[in-house]
Design a protein around this ligand. Sequence first.
Ligand SMILES: N[C@@H](CCC(=O)N[C@@H](CS)C(=O)NCC(=O)O)C(=O)O
Length: 231
Amino acid sequence: PAGRGSLYADLLSQPCRAVRILLQCTGTPHTLRSVALRKGEHLSPDFSKLNPMNKVPVLVDDGFVLTESDAILKYLVARCGLADHWFPSDPQRRARVDEYTAWHHTNTRPHAAKVFILQVLVPAQTRSPVDGPALDRALSDLNRTLDHLESMFLRRQAFLCGTDISIADLLCVCELMQPLGGDRDVLESRPQLQRWRSRVQSAVGPAFDHAHSVLYSVRDRYKAKTSRARL
Ligand SMILES: N[C@@H](CCC(=O)N[C@@H](CS)C(=O)NCC(=O)O)C(=O)O
């Protein structure tokens, strides 16, 4: 927002990446203020004052403090006058984006996140092996979500909510990328969703890899660790 806005974020967090990609690919001036979750920086007194829920992302725009990626993305489109396709002003096209984002937070988000948490985060934090049956259950929940993405949202169109990219695609793609941190491409056997991911990637340009560079490093470390363990 006009160069004054700050995004408090950790780029290993999916909703933070979605906001960062929107800001970067639209050339919206902002300052990225890093909040390292692994160091517990989101629990510091200063950050607690900003967001008593101790979660990232948080946007601060000229004294206006906003939490929740969904709200932040929609606010940015209006506040910064971003292209209409990101969050259309037409009531029905907008309702399609709201329809996905409402569904997202109880489907794509928890299901993809859980795969990463069970495969990468929990074993790293507790130094215990992966809970195989729990991971299998998470993968089967995620599979049902992927089925719905294909059969409902992408049924007849190039992007989740229409013929052009919207904030729904950003929220979704950032979640579906997360299991890559454990060297797992959840779209491996899903050509329709792979084509959609490529379209999103081309639509946002270098902002995509830029925002995901931290996740790519996590994947590289994970691969190095698992190949050492196999020796
Ligand atoms: N619904 C929120 C979710 C935010 C969220 O869960 N952020 C996580 C990182 S992905 C976080 O800050 N976790 C720290 C914690 O809960 O302690 C959004 O979409 O912004």
